[in-house]
Design a protein around this ligand. Structure first.
Ligand code: SF4
Length: 374
């Protein structure tokens, strides 16, 4: 059922730049998702999506009117920090069937183009190709990334777990099309589903196909499973299609993490399998610097690169100071480019080695260390 509503605001500002998507702002034009993936955590009570998830959908019919005000730089007292506008993710897919009627995603892209922001789109639907013309214009003007999420490249598994979306083969073909049109593309290899899509052969097959299609990067994540609606629905689907695995899911998700995270030991071992394969295939495991270094301000650039270093070191099981250093930099009010190396080293948690990396990022726009680790 379609439920038309009026939203008070659309843009959601993050406390600091999000280094997964390279954005300060997320936006949801719809709430709920007809795609109805079995594992979708938008179904969890945590997000308070009303109605029957997978069947009911809320359409924010005044979204464009509000976004016109929220995105217009002339209406801002201080400029919005430049970063990708994130279209998609969260509790809905912007390119689900209802978009054919309301065209909120397309009209949002028109505004993003008008006000000259970069955009990063995340979807599971090849319907995004409808907007190829606009995405190309945005890409030429500022920058656009189109990312598809995958739990694997298996069309059969997708049919069982992702009944409403384009098949993985169609998503891969679509990546090829965007790449042929000069658009950068990402693969969000998430969620990896324990026992169903997590074996090394399947991960390698998915990454290899992504690489052949031309992806610029891959972002990896395991499935979350929150108690309540999400877990109940998912377990019903598992019982139907993969009856041998039910007990093991209970064990892997029994530790009561409020975010529904998988057992940490499992997460570490799955991440290491991913790391080994992505490294072998030479696919960057975070968005690479050439896709953002020209427009992020220096503070954001430093935060993103340090957080990426932190992630890459942790994948190798190496403790490191970069995550904390990124947090400290995200808290300062001054422009980091105006600080001397001595002042940067004086920030609590930033030692001389980290300060040197920060200095390189400020003056060259990148870090060779990061580029080598990607
Ligand atoms: S496409 Fe995304 S938001 Fe929609 S049901 Fe699937 S996982 Fe959830």
């Amino acid at each position: 059922m379609i439920n038309e509503t009026q939203a008070k605001s659309i843009l959601r500002k993050h406390k600091k730049i999000d280094s997964w998507f390279l954005t300060h702002y997320g936006l949801n034009l719809y709430r709920g998702c007809i795609h109805n993936c079995a594992y979708c955590d938008g179904r969890s009570e945590t997000y308070r999506v009303e109605g029957d998830f997978g069947k009911d959908i809320e359409v924010k019919t005044n979204a464009i009117e509000i976004l016109t005000k929220e995105l217009d730089p002339a209406r801002k007292r201080s400029p919005m920090p430049k970063s990708y506008m994130m279209l998609g993710g969260g509790v809905s897919d912007s390119y689900q069937p209802v978009e054919k009627k309301y065209e909120l995603a397309r009209k949002t892209l028109e505004l993003i183009h008008k006000f000259n922001y970069p955009v990063h789109i995340l979807t599971k639907s090849t319907f995004v190709e409808r907007d190829m013309d606009l995405i190309k214009k945005i890409n030429q003007q500022s920058r656009a990334i189109v990312s598809y999420s995958f739990s694997s490249a298996s069309d059969n598994i997708s049919k069982a777990l992702e009944p409403g979306v384009s098949s993985p083969s169609e998503r891969l073909a679509s990546i090829r099309k965007f790449k042929q049109n000069g658009i950068a593309c990402g693969m969000f290899l998430m969620p990896i589903i324990p026992m169903i899509t997590d074996n090394p052969k399947m991960i390698e097959d998915t990454l290899r196909k992504g690489k052949e299609a031309g992806i610029d990067f891959v972002i990896f994540g395991t499935m979350t499973l929150k108690e309540g609606r999400q877990k109940d629905y998912f377990m019903n689907v598992v019982d139907k299609f993969f009856p041998d695995f039910s007990t093991s899911f209970d064990i892997l998700y029994e530790h009561n993490d409020k975010w529904g995270g998988v057992n940490p030991d499992y997460y570490t071992s799955a991440s290491q399998i991913f790391d080994t394969i992505a490294t072998k295939l030479r696919i960057p495991k975070r968005i690479p610097p050439y896709l953002y270094r020209n427009f992020l301000n220096k503070n954001d650039l430093v935060v993103v690169m340090l957080e990426h270093l932190d992630y890459l070191m942790k994948l190798k099981n190496r403790q490191n100071p970069y995550g904390y250093a990124a947090y400290k930099i995200s808290q300062i009010d001054q422009e980091i480019k105006n600080l001397s190396i001595k002042e940067i080293s004086g920030i609590n948690g930033i030692g001389p080695v980290t300060a040197k990396i920060i200095e390189e990022i400020i003056y060259s726009g990148t870090s060779k260390y990061l580029e080598n680790m990607l």
